[in-house]
Every structure is written in C-alpha cells, then in structure tokens.
Design a protein around this ligand. Structure first.
Ligand code: TRP
Length: 360
C-alpha cells in the first residue's frame, strides 16, 4: 500500500467523517471467498483510508432466504465481521454495521417502496437469477423487494460510492433511480436529503468457481474461502478445472478456459501473469505444476489475513465492541438522514421531544 501518494489526495486532509462516504456490504449467510476479495473486498481495504467507509453486515437481507432459520444468522454476523477484520478492514478507520440494528434503513425502505414498481423488481436480472438458484417460483414480498431495502442501505448514510461485484450492478442502478426520484419529488428546504451513489467494480468483477462455472459461490460449493487454511487451499486448487483439451503437460494450453488461470489474473501482477500465460500456451508448464505454484501464491497472498484472523479470533469481546461502536455510529448517521428525509417529505409533523409526558 502506497501511503505517501494517498496522502496527496485531497480527501486525506479531511477528518474521516467529512470525507466522501462508501457503503457496501454482504449478507450474513456464509463465509467470504476469493470472489468477494477480487470483486469488492480488496477495493474496500484499499479505499478505507481515503473514504469514510461503512461496511454493512446485511442480516435482514439474509432473512430473505433464511427466514426459517434465523438462529444461524447471529453466527453469520460474527463470522462476517471476522472475515472483514482478517481481510484488512481497519476498525480504527472503517465502520462495521449490523443492518438489523439501524432503524433508519427499515424506515427508508418503506418510503422508497412507494417509488419502485413491482415490474421493475420482477425484471431485475439479479433477482431473476437468484430466484432460479433458490428454486423460488412465487417470491415473497421481502425477497422481491430486497433491492429497495438495499437502496435504503446505501441512502441512509448518504454514501457516494458502492464497491461491489458485477451481479450487484442492477441493484446500484435501482438505488440511483430511487434516490434521484426521491430528491426530485421531495426537494427539501435545505437541498437534496439524499445522495445518488455510484458503483465501483473490482479488478475482476466475477471470479469463476473451482468447477469452472461462471460464479464462485458458497452455495455452489465451488469456492476458496478466505478462512481456508493452506492445506485446504492446496487441495482445492489441486482439483480445480483446467483446460480439458490438455492431456499432457507439453500440450499447448488455453488459459482463457482455465479456472486456475482466472485466479492468476485476479491475484498476480501483470509481468508474472504474462510469464505464466506464455508457459501454458507454449506447453512448457503443465497443469499440476501450475496449480502448485498458484496454490502457494494464494497462500502467500492470504498470509497476513491468517495472522489477523488468529488475532481477532482470540478476542471475541473485541469483535463485539467493534460491531457495537460501528452500529452506534450508523444509527446516529441514520437519525440525521431521517430528520432531513422527514423534513423533505413534510412528515416532520411535530417534535416528539415536546410531547406531553402522558402520551409517552
Ligand atoms: N446484496 C449484496 C450481496 O449479496 C449485499 C448487500 C446488502 C449490499 N446491502 C448492500 C451490497 C448495500 C452493497 C450495498 O452481496
């Protein structure tokens, strides 16, 4: 990380809370994997020193698919926090937030739901893909509407930038539209209450799975998880799908169809990548050797995160404190935004602080 050059960026001279804001997050449904790292987590770690970064542990969104087993979500929340901290999210600069404890998100979701049509949600390509993956035919209101709630996730803290993987782009587009419409309809006495965000894609928007399928995913069972120890990484890379037309190590390979090469592209610097590509195409390095090298490269890339994981794992109370502090801050930001939202919508009927005590 190049700190001196980052210090030259204008936002670095401002206190964190006055910098442009990032919000991004994950469902608390399973461990993070290399796809998350390449898609958005590396961007979050890189940008946390430049932006006021909020990272949302989306436990309410997790309910859209796990509402029958909510008791598992608590462990998911802590596992996600640990994944973030291990990946290098620094709790001194970034704010980690538990979604269900921020009332502003639920309130904004309701207001936003007036501005989104059912057809727009039914045609959302990510909703369609996920519904098919889960085998849903008749969607719940909560599942169909989760992009609306995700727009509220982004809006409640007036985030400007949302680092995400490619599959999330339809949701960012929807958030932009809802927020634009909100600001047009309810201009507010002090200017727009909300900020229209932009998405930011990672170096590799979508990482293939070990089985060569287009998406690395926990539920497809084709992921290398950030928490995987070295021996598991070696074993998983060892069984990754490579070029099927390559019977012998000396056959010319086709890196473009190889999962292992996709991982190289995501995690290796350009010059080493070119060497590996040349060796594969020229039949000079076989898949077994290439996989071995790739596994060691990944193990090395994840070494600092293994160390941080061990550190935080031994301090469960510290994780709780980090989540409490982050969530408390998010609640304050949400209250500020909701005050502006209510003013803009003329729903600030009376101050509750002045209510007669008998009514409270
Ligand atoms: N839907 C995202 C995912 O499945 C998680 C998420 C929830 C999110 N709220 C968000 C992402 C807000 C970006 C911004 O990965």
């Amino acid at each position: 990380m190049n700190r001196p050059s980052m210090m030259n960026r204008p936002s670095m001279n401002r206190p964190i809370a006055n910098r442009p804001r990032i919000l991004t997050g994950d469902r608390a449904t399973g461990p993070l994997h290399l796809g998350h790292l390449a898609g958005s987590l590396a961007n979050r770690v890189r940008l946390q020193h430049e932006y006021d970064t909020l990272i949302l542990i989306a436990d309410v969104q997790a309910l859209t698919t796990h509402f029958e087993r909510p008791e598992g979500i608590a462990a998911g929340v802590r596992a996600l926090a640990l994944d973030y901290l291990a990946a290098g999210i620094d709790p001194e600069v970034a704010t980690i937030v538990v979604q269900s404890l921020v009332p502003a998100i639920a309130e904004l979701t309701v207001f936003f739901s007036m501005l989104v049509t059912v057809n727009a949600l039914r045609h959302n390509p990510t909703i369609k893909t996920e519904a098919a993956e889960h085998g849903y035919s008749d969607l719940t209101y909560g599942f169909l509407g989760y992009p609306v709630s995700q727009a509220a996730d982004i809006a409640f803290c007036r985030a400007e930038l949302v680092p995400v993987g490619e599959d999330q782009l339809p949701h960012i587009e929807l958030a932009r539209k809802v927020i634009r419409r909100f600001n047009e309809l309810y201009p507010g006495p002090e200017g727009p209450a909300l900020i229209e965000p932009r998405g930011l894609l990672g170096s590799v928007p979508r990482l293939v799975g070990l089985d060569g399928r287009a998406k690395m995913s926990k539920s497809l069972g084709n992921s290398i998880d950030l928490a995987d120890p070295p021996e598991v990484i070696r074993e998983k890379v060892g069984r990754a799908v490579t070029d099927p037309s390559r019977a012998r190590a000396t056959d010319p390979g086709h890196p473009e169809v190889c999962a292992v090469f996709a991982y190289r592209r995501a995690f290796q610097p350009a010059d080493a990548l070119n060497d590996a590509e040349g060796a594969c195409r020229g039949g000079r390095v076989g898949c077994v050797e290439c996989k071995r090298a790739m596994a060691e490269l990944l193990i090395e890339r994840l070494a600092p995160s293994r160390e941080r994981r061990a550190y935080y794992q031994a301090k469960p109370r510290l994780i709780t404190d980090i989540l409490m502090a982050g969530t408390a801050r998010a609640r304050r930001l949400g209250d500020e935004t909701m005050a502006a939202v209510r003013r803009a919508m003329s729903l600030d009927h009376f101050p509750l602080e002045g209510a007669p005590p008998t009514l409270l």
